[in-house]
Design a protein around this ligand. Structure first.
Ligand SMILES: Nc1ncnc2c1ncn2[C@@H]1O[C@H](COP(=O)(O)OP(=O)(O)OP(=O)(O)O)[C@@H](O)[C@H]1O
Length: 592
């Protein structure tokens, strides 16, 4: 079994695809439930050379589990460059998630390094293998937190033979308008509040009017009239159908035309031509009627009207948003038109919601969302619109939530995603971070106010070094130089505003560095702003001044937790200022 199906020259299978149904028992068989497997043999390779093999005689009750030396060697191998696949060593609890049915939406809560990203990517590959035709048509989407992360994972699916998968950030998914402005966090947070969905819905509904006049149309030969009563009926009926607003408008038009058609048929005893029907649908009287009772809307126009006009907002937000909140949303100086407006990222979220109210978006057959704890309710809804007829795999860790609207309960996120019945499954075995480093980072957990199962690291190796230093820059350069004596990548993680200085200091010391969003870069050292490091990992991590990382943002302790859990082999923490409170107890014991 392996990454791809391989046959000999006679067409006989030599290697079976890891995703084939027959491969399943390789991953799932255990001494207690051998599933017909007598011996499981794993081969170890290095650079194309067979280096080892390992047998488990399940029929004699032998089972290595996580003590497998091939697994240990694989997870302790120094990391360099982009993420790799884990086909050879997928663990049973991961395999259950990877091979869940296409119809099943699942949510995985897992501590740092438990393999959530790996599971999500392998699940996408598995589903594409099993439902190739269906998913090729419907599409599979991977959503990640930023471009650096997406480029880090970009090679995994192609390595598994899957190239037709879209990978995007949420911001890219909803980029109907260019984002050209920033706004205070309080305003953005309010726009991400799920109440805004109701405000927008009401604003759209408020556009639907009541007919006040009958319609009289002439086609050159005859005059036709539709009275008020049938017009009322048409509008009411269509409103009740709850279609997207734009579809509703066309439905009203079609119904008006169909009444005209019936009159024409009765009078002439034959059906009018398609051209006649089209002409009637576009004639001025029908267009005027539509503009009066069901005017054409654009998503940008709808959001613009709400944010530019306090009266409109008040009408739509009555009982939903307080006066203060409404004032917060209203622009002090609106641009002259929607087109001239400098939209913010949160406006783009509102515009996407509005788009969903006006027209039905095309969706994907399956959506994998990574780092999902950072999605706001409104962003969840944006993804829900794109997976309405498909399923989702939601991956995340509540302890790593750094957005102002970060999730605190997966059930809520799942409800906003339209998948309230999805199961929440924990992953608890850590494959990345050495036990000593996990223990250090876990000091923060009680301060993070989330209820998550703690992880247990498989790694007994690795090193942790927490040091007070006099000169942060000089100490960082020295630390990086020492790290370069080992194999593997080196990640220097600092508060965003310290990154340029550190990069320059390293360059001056003759150490070239890469930036996080360029995984193709051959440099072994990367200097990463703390806000971009989510989901990434480096063999040796140097964290510079934790206090500054915490001070830089409201959920700074959550950010620090992310930062401290990026190391595969060694973590060095360099600080001048005292360590943030929750970590201090630890260093006060003298271990640091
Ligand atoms: N079964 C496995 N065999 C070998 N390596 C594994 C296995 N599962 C995960 N890993 C490795 O562990 C590391 C962490 O995995 P991954 O990035 O998927 O974790 P995560 O849960 O998404 O972490 P985070 O919460 O930090 O984003 C990766 O290097 C991955 O390849």
């Amino acid at each position: 079994m392996g990454r791809r199906h391989v046959t000999d020259e006679m067409g006989e299978p030599l290697v079976l695809d890891w995703r084939a149904p027959v491969s399943r028992s390789f991953y799932r068989a255990s001494a207690r439930d051998p599933q017909g497997v007598a011996v499981r043999r794993r081969f170890g390779f290095s650079n194309g050379v067979l280096t080892s093999f390992e047998d488990e005689r399940l029929d004699r009750g032998e089972e290595l589990g996580t003590t497998s030396r091939i697994l240990t060697a694989e997870i302790e191998r120094p990391r360099v460059g982009p993420m790799r696949d884990i086909v050879a060593t997928i663990q049973p609890e991961q395999d259950e998630l990877v091979r869940a049915d296409l119809a099943d939406s699942i949510c995985v809560q897992g501590a740092p390094g438990t393999g959530k990203t790996a599971v999500g990517l392998h699940r996408a590959a598995y589903l594409l293998y099993l439902h190739r035709e269906r998913l090729r048509r419907a599409g599979v989407l991977i959503v990640g937190p930023n471009r650096a992360f997406l480029s880090y994972i970009a090679a995994v699916l192609p390595a598994l033979g899957e190239v037709e998968v879209e990978q995007a950030t949420v911001e890219e998914l909803i980029s109907r308008v260019p984002v050209r402005a920033v706004e205070p966090a309080a305003v953005a947070t309010l726009k991400h509040d799920v109440r805004m969905a109701r405000v927008l819905h009401r604003a759209v509904q408020a556009q639907i009017g009541t007919p006040t006049d009958s319609i009289t149309v002439s086609d050159g030969s005859f005059r036709w009239r539709i009275g008020l009563e049938p017009l009322h009926r048409i509008v009411e009926e269509t409103r009740r159908e709850g279609l997207p607003y734009g579809t509703g408008r066309e439905r009203v038009r079609a119904r008006v035309v169909s009444l005209l058609q019936r009159q024409a048929e009765a009078r002439r005893a034959e059906s009018p031509s398609d051209a006649w029907l089209r002409r009637m649908g576009r004639c001025r009287q029908v267009a005027d009627f539509l503009d009066a009772v069901w005017p054409a809307l654009t998503p940008e126009g709808l959001v613009y009207d709400l944010l530019a006009d306090p009266a409109r907002l008040a009408a739509a937000a009555d009982g939903l948003l307080t006066d203060t909140e409404q004032a917060l949303l209203t622009w002090a100086k609106p641009a002259r038109t929607p087109k001239a407006t400098r939209w913010t990222a949160a406006d783009a979220v509102l515009i996407d919601e509005a788009t969903g109210l006006l027209e039905r978006p095309t969706g994907f057959g399956h959506v994998v969302v990574d780092e999902a704890q950072d999605l706001s309710p409104m962003q969840c809804r944006a993804i829900a619109r794109r997976s309405e007829h498909g399923s989702v795999t939601l991956l995340g860790d509540l302890a790593q939530g750094t957005a102002p609207w970060a999730a605190t309960d997966w059930k809520e996120s799942l409800a906003h995603l339209g998948k309230p019945n999805a199961v929440v499954v924990p992953l608890t075995i850590g494959f990345r971070v050495p036990a000593a480093v996990v223990a250090f980072a876990n000091r923060l957990l009680p301060a993070l106010a989330v209820d998550v199962p703690p992880a247990e690291s498989l790694r007994r190796d690795g090193g942790l070094d927490v040091r007070t230093v006099a000169d942060l820059t000089a100490a960082t350069v020295a630390e990086v130089r020492a790290a370069l004596a080992h194999d593997g990548s080196v990640g220097v993680i600092a508060a965003d505003d310290a990154v340029d200085g550190l990069r320059a200091a390293l360059a001056a010391a003759g150490v070239p560095t890469a930036s996080a969003d360029d995984v193709a870069d051959a440099e072994r050292v990367t200097v990463v702003p703390a806000t971009l490091v989510k989901g990434l990992e480096y063999d040796h991590v140097v964290v510079v001044e934790p206090a500054a990382i915490v001070a830089a943002e409201p959920r700074g302790l959550h950010r620090l937790y992310v930062v401290l859990t990026r190391a595969v082999s060694r973590l060095a923490v360099l600080h001048r200022e005292p360590l943030p409170g929750p970590l201090v107890t630890w260093s006060a014991t003298g271990e640091g």
